[in-house]
Design a protein around this ligand. Structure first.
Ligand code: ATP
Ligand code: MG
Length: 565
């Protein structure tokens, strides 16, 4: 009810209109057989040609109107459904993007896509027409039975006695076939999961000669799939066959009863036709109600998952509203401890250090010592378990998330490219940034010759995999510097560049980092040759921190030499 209210209220007028058209369609459906029956009776009772033509015209008009109403109802119900579903998609996507990094670590992108698209699509029908369709078809069913009863009480009763068990049998068959269909869907999902993974990993698979293994798994998927698919297909057919059999039973009943009553002179021939037509028409509401109940099952599961997701709160403490000071930002860690999973051994353990605004800090340490974790805390992907991270004197937990993310530039090893033009990949779809600025940043980064070689310059389409890892990393630098951040964090950002490019980049960095606070995380001590201070991390604790020259000279002696990679 809450979902219906939230997403249907803004378009209540369209929703009411849809309901109106659906109900009008049902009424017109009931009118057709009645008119034809009357027509037949009129012929028998020797009505004039003019009268017959008139009746035929009315019938044509009603049929045409029924079709028109049907199309209009379909248009409006799709419109209502899509508008509501898109609203929900938007809210879900925004919600998911707002959740913390811990959430995203636990869920695969595929699963989230299934939530945002699969579940919401299952809900679309629920939004547009569920209530109206279910009520409408129940009404239609009742209407047919009442019409029959009005003709002849026994007809009405006989059909009511027929409809109920027929509906029950159909429901049972479906219940029996549902697991097969569900298992089939699961197999399909498994197979595509496997196929997607295999395609993405194509290069690695070929390189390690694992094709036979992959094909073996491919065949075992298909082997598992075939019997399930057959069973699901047969089960589906069985539902259909049962429905047809039930309907044929209804038609036979109509002919039998109609014929019998006609013989007895209880009803005229036209009414016999009407009874037969109604019996045939019974199939539609029964089938529609069955589908709606099936949709309700699917929608119910989807509603549960969607509301569960919407109820999840980010593990980041409430978003602040404070703003960070302009210009370059000083960094301060005060007794910061952090663990990825609450209760586990801390990854960072009581970290305290300070970096003045405009200064450059190099962080060194072995793999797994917690360097990237420091970067993530400054970027506020996580909140520390204890202590404070301060930027420009402001606790990041009290500054708005947006503020922190827009003032801190983070370049990591992983660069995400979008299927868009080079310009859009650099500006991240901000059309305000003038070309001159983009080219000047690219020039500073030494990318000018590369840019000039591209066929369409900044408009060249770029997609994942169309740039070398090094080029992509340079693009990530360009992204950060276009935004003019007050703090730049480079997390092993130059590790994919060859030594010559890295040297080139070092010079560019000198210019780009001038006057900005920078934290440079590196594996190789050579990468931090330009920094003012060095911090050596070991197992989440600071081993040493001081001016570069000092730390370097200590680093010659053990034990620091041992913790440096
Ligand atoms: P590297 O030099 O390999 O990049 P690092 O110093 O950057 O290493 P971190 O990524 O900060 O190391 O990881 C520190 C510790 O935290 C490691 O033991 C790692 O296993 C753990 N860790 C890192 N990321 C997560 C995560 N998302 N969830 C759980 N544990 C994590
Ligand atoms: Mg790291």
């Amino acid at each position: 009810m809450e979902l219906l209210q939230r997403y249907l209220r803004p378009q209540w007028f369209a929703a009411v209109l849809t309901a109106g058209f659906l109900l009008a369609g049902i009424a017109l459906q009931l009118a057709g057989p009645r008119l034809l029956g009357a027509f037949l009776d009129a012929i028998k009772s020797g009505a004039t040609e003019a009268r017959l033509s008139q009746m035929a015209l009315v019938f044509l008009g009603v049929t045409a109107a029924a079709q028109a109403v049907r199309v209009t109802a379909a248009y409006w119900s799709e419109r209502v459904a899509w508008t509501a579903a898109n609203g929900l998609r938007l809210d879900l996507t925004a919600h998911i993007l707002g959740l913390d990094a811990a959430f995203h670590k636990e869920r695969t992108p595929g699963e989230l896509i299934e939530r945002v698209d699969g579940d919401v699509s299952a809900l679309a029908g629920f939004f547009s027409s569920f209530v109206v369709q279910l009520l409408g078809n129940l009404l239609l069913l009742a209407g047919i039975l009442v019409s029959l009863a009005l003709v002849n009480v026994w007809l009405g009763l006989a059909f009511a006695a027929f409809v109920l068990p027929a509906g029950w049998v159909l429901g049972r068959v479906r219940e029996w076939s549902a697991p097969a269909v569900r298992e089939h869907r699961e197999r399909v999902a498994l197979f595509y999961g496997f196929l997607g993974e295999a395609i993405v990993a194509g290069e690695d698979i070929r390189a390690s000669g694992a094709e036979p293994y992959i094909f073996d798994r491919f065949f075992s998927h298909l082997r598992g799939w075939l019997p399930v698919a057959l069973k699901a297909e047969v089960a589906g057919q069985l539902v259909w066959v049962t429905a047809v059999a039930a309907l044929s039973g209804g038609t036979a009943l109509a002919y039998g009863l109609g014929g019998g009553l006609y013989r007895l002179g209880a009803i005229p021939l036209g009414t016999v036709y009407m009874v037969v037509a109604y019996a045939a028409a019974l199939g539609r509401p029964i089938e529609a109600i069955r589908t709606q109940l099936q949709n309700l099952q699917r929608a119910g599961a989807a509603i549960a998952r969607v509301t569960e997701l919407l109820a999840l709160r980010s593990r980041l403490s409430a978003d602040g509203t404070g703003s960070l000071p302009a210009g370059s930002l000083a960094v301060e860690f005060r007794g910061v401890s952090f663990a990825y999973e609450p209760g586990e051994k801390p990854v960072l353990d009581g970290l305290t250090f300070r970096l003045e605004a405009g200064a450059r800090l190099g962080i060194l340490g072995r793999t797994g010592s917690g360097k990237s974790t420091i970067a993530r805390l400054m970027f506020r992907l996580y909140d520390p378990a204890a202590g404070e991270v301060r930027l420009g004197g402001v606790n990041v937990a009290q500054a708005g998330l947006k503020e922190v993310r827009s003032r801190v530039g983070l370049v990591t090893q992983e660069v995400q490219l979008f299927a868009a033009s080079l310009r859009e990949n650099i500006t991240l779809f901000d059309p305000e940034i003038p070309d001159a600025r983009i080219t000047s940043v690219l020039e500073t980064l030494g990318l000018k010759p590369w840019l000039e070689r591209l066929p369409a310059g900044l408009e060249t389409p770029v997609s994942a995999g169309s740039l070398s890892a090094g080029e992509a990393q340079l693009l990530a630098f360009a992204r950060v510097f276009l935004r003019d951040p007050g703090l730049v964090i480079l997390d092993e950002a130059s590790s994919r560049l060859d030594p010559a490019t890295e040297a080139l980049l070092d010079r560019a960095m000198q210019r780009l980092l001038a006057g900005r606070t920078a934290v440079i995380i590196a594996h190789r001590p050579a990468t931090v040759a330009q920094v003012d201070e060095i911090l050596v991390l070991d197992g989440g604790r600071i081993l040493t921190h001081g001016p570069r020259a000092e730390v370097r000279s200590i680093a010659e002696v053990r034990p620091i030499a041992e913790v440096l990679p």
